[in-house]
Write a protein that binds this ligand. Structure first.
Ligand SMILES: *Cc1c(COP(=O)(O)O)cnc(C)c1O
Length: 405
């Protein structure tokens, strides 16, 4: 049987004869073999649903044949992507999905059964909380939300039927962190699975699996795609979990990534490190500018020295991406709206992680920066900004003129 017809995903171990490749090299080359694709440097889009099998016997044994059969099960373009993503997250395996939410749902369904209990970070992505707190009621699965800024908050929330800790570090509006090493140690002692949303940091700045986290989630709609032209999701993690997810939630529930979107994500990955270096550089310049501005109460950005969890951030993150938020001293809904409307280069749109700058008005609970105290219901108004790849002087001038209004 020719290797050319075998599924690629399992044939690229992390280390190669030249030693383990580094991040940027994985993005450029890992799991690619032009000799399999008529010498094409860029892997082709296998835009097909089915694959021919050589004979009836192979058909009968197709599940164990190592061959491609059906693109809902495996597709060569997506396999290259999944092998790269596993290597970038420094873990065993990855599975792509048609959206971040499809990936999150698959990770949760993998982890819990009817009647189980979940402890989740209260500032995690909104639709994630809807799945956890509302949809899962159908299966009598309950959830306790914790602030998550101290590991004791997780310990206090554990019940005899707790099966999952759902984490998002940093979270994407107020940028609270969880101590991934500590939370994972606590989970392990209680036989609890840990799932962490790593969309904000991307694998370039953080690898939760290195701290023992079982499953990492990405909305690849954000930095992994990076160009605001795909909706996609990723799960990466230990083989024991990912093998089951590939076979069950990943294949049976059908939320696969289509080959063209896989190809676009491969294209996005080629510039991931370069883009994130620039997002970080510009976001840090913006965060420092905003922090010094007389109208602004505080800036929420894990890259700033003033972040309440800066020491933890430095121990878990290798850098900071382009998404941040701030609160006005004199904040009201009108003040936030006026600011966002006055921006020239920032588009008003959901999502983030593309090449372009974005701004939305936000309100966050007063006192959210205190690590222990539960915030009051009083709200503080501001804006969430995604700092794109435009010239930094244009970005700063734009913010400056909008803040004068
Ligand atoms: C956008 C987002 C998601 C959901 O991803 P989709 O690709 O929109 O389904 C999950 N988590 C975080 C932190 C996000 O920002």
């Amino acid at each position: 049987m020719s290797l050319h017809f075998l599924r690629t995903g399992d044939h690229y171990p992390m280390s190669d004869p030249f030693g383990a490749p580094r991040f940027e090299t994985i993005c450029a080359h890992h799991a690619e073999d032009p000799s399999k694709y008529l010498g094409a440097i860029v892997p082709p889009i296998f835009q097909n649903s089915i694959f021919e099998l050589p004979d009836a016997e192979t058909f009968t044994n197709r599940a164990s044949s190592g061959r491609y059969e059906y693109s809902r099960v495996a597709n060569p373009t997506t396999d290259i992507l999944e092998a790269k993503l596993a290597a970038l997250e420094r873990t065993d395996a990855a599975r792509c999905f048609g959206s971040g939410d499809a990936a999150i749902a698959a990770a949760i369904f993998h982890s819990v059964s009817a009647g189980d209990h979940i402890v989740a970070v209260e500032t995690s992505y909104g639709p994630t909380r809807q799945i956890l707190g509302e949809y899962l009621k159908k299966f009598n699965v309950s959830v306790t939300y914790v602030k998550g800024t101290c590991t004791q908050q997780f310990a206090d929330a554990i019940l005899p039927n707790t099966k999952l800790f759902y984490l998002e570090s940093p979270s994407s509006i107020v940028f609270h962190l969880q101590n991934l090493r500590e939370v994972r140690a606590l989970a392990k002692a209680h036989g609890i699975i840990t799932v962490a949303d790593n969309s904000w940091a991307s694998p370039y700045f953080q690898n939760p699996c290195e701290f023992g986290i079982d499953i990492v989630v990405h909305s690849a709609t954000k930095y992994l795609g990076g160009h605001s032209d795909i909706v996609a999701g990723v799960l990466a993690g230990k083989q024991e979990h990912l093998s089951a997810i590939k076979e069950l939630e990943g294949t049976l529930l059908g939320g696969i990534l289509d080959p063209f979107a896989s190809w676009l994500m491969l294209r996005g990955l080629r510039t991931l490190s370069v883009r994130l270096d620039r997002h970080q550089q510009s976001a840090l310049a913006v965060a420092r500018y905003l922090e010094d501005h007389p109208r602004i109460k505080n800036v929420n950005y894990p890259g700033l020295e003033s972040h309440p969890q800066r020491e933890l951030a430095k121990s878990q993150l290798r850098g900071s991406s382009g998404l941040l938020s701030f609160e006005f001293k004199d904040g009201t809904a009108e003040v936030s709206n006026k600011f966002v409307n006055a921006l020239r280069y920032f588009r008003i749109a959901v999502s983030w992680g593309g090449y372009e700058s974005l701004a939305i008005p936000i309100s966050v609970p007063e006192g959210h920066r205190e690590l222990e105290v539960v915030p009051t219901s009083k709200m503080s108004w501001g804006s969430r900004l995604h700092i794109g790849l435009e010239n930094i002087d244009d970005i700063l001038e734009d913010l400056d003129q909008a803040l004068k209004k």
